[in-house]
Design a protein around this ligand. Sequence first.
Ligand code: GDP
Ligand code: MG
Length: 298
Amino acid sequence: PERPIGLDSIQDQVKQKLLRFGLTFNIMIVGSSGLGKSTMMNTLFKSKVNRWMASDTSQEPIIPPTVEIKTISHVIEEKNIRLKLSITDTPGFGDHVNNVKCWEPIIKYINDQYQHYLSEERRIERKPRIPDTRIHCVIYFIAPTGHSLRAIDVECLKRLVKVVNVIPVIAKADSLTLEERQAFKNRIRNDFERNGISKLYPMLHKGLEEDEFQKNKAIKNQLPFAVVGSDQFMSIKGTPVLARKTRWGTIEVENPSHNEFPQFRDMLLRTHLHDLIDTTAEVYYEHYRRNQLQLVQD
Ligand code: GDP
Ligand code: MG
């Protein structure tokens, strides 16, 4: 009889490791100021994450304008799996008259985390587990203008896609009608193409299984997700749900027929979480690492 290789036990080992150490997932939110970035950070923490609930959702913080790059973390537990979810909020562009190179502090922050990881890796006495602060995904907020991508977004996105996974979203989608959303999406996707911004997440590469390829292709055709954020619970038929009152009525953040936050959140925190972590290590960090080591050699 054929001897089993025991791949199932490898699976168990991975599980054991996850049980012991948990997963670390780091998100960064980028875009112009006033688009709801800080609100989205709270929305993500408060939303039902695959029925995971963030540990404390009690206080209702009033969101002050963000003035510095700042990270908030929560440990989320479900079925013995621990996920440390960190979200890095950024001040946003457009706060200053001069927007030249406003992406620089963001790119620097991302590279600093790679550098930090690299120095830990290269130490003679390595830690058994290097704390991972590398950004696994940037959520890029696009203003719901209904027109096209702005120059500042083009400049910023071009640079970001070289160093990190980027998922674009249309902010405050409640300000556009369904038709406007669709037309805006099409225009933005054209703008991506025209400006050579093709490396947005998820990537369609040859290494994917056919079904993964098709799934990712479907996601790509849906980008950017038209999302609505809120950190307020409202009572809908007696149940508290994350929602937002508009002139037209109440928009439920986690209702897929109201906006695309649910699809976006599922992709980010459920279906593609592992792939975002892997891609960060294998593509973006690897690229950084090689460049740095080459610099040292030359
Ligand atoms: P930031 O500057 O990008 O961090 O934006 P904030 O999170 O501070 O939000 C700016 C304002 O927009 C606040 O008054 C929020 O309540 C509001 N806001 C946030 N998300 C949404 C949304 O999805 N739709 C609408 N209409 N307003 C939003
Ligand atoms: Mg903010």
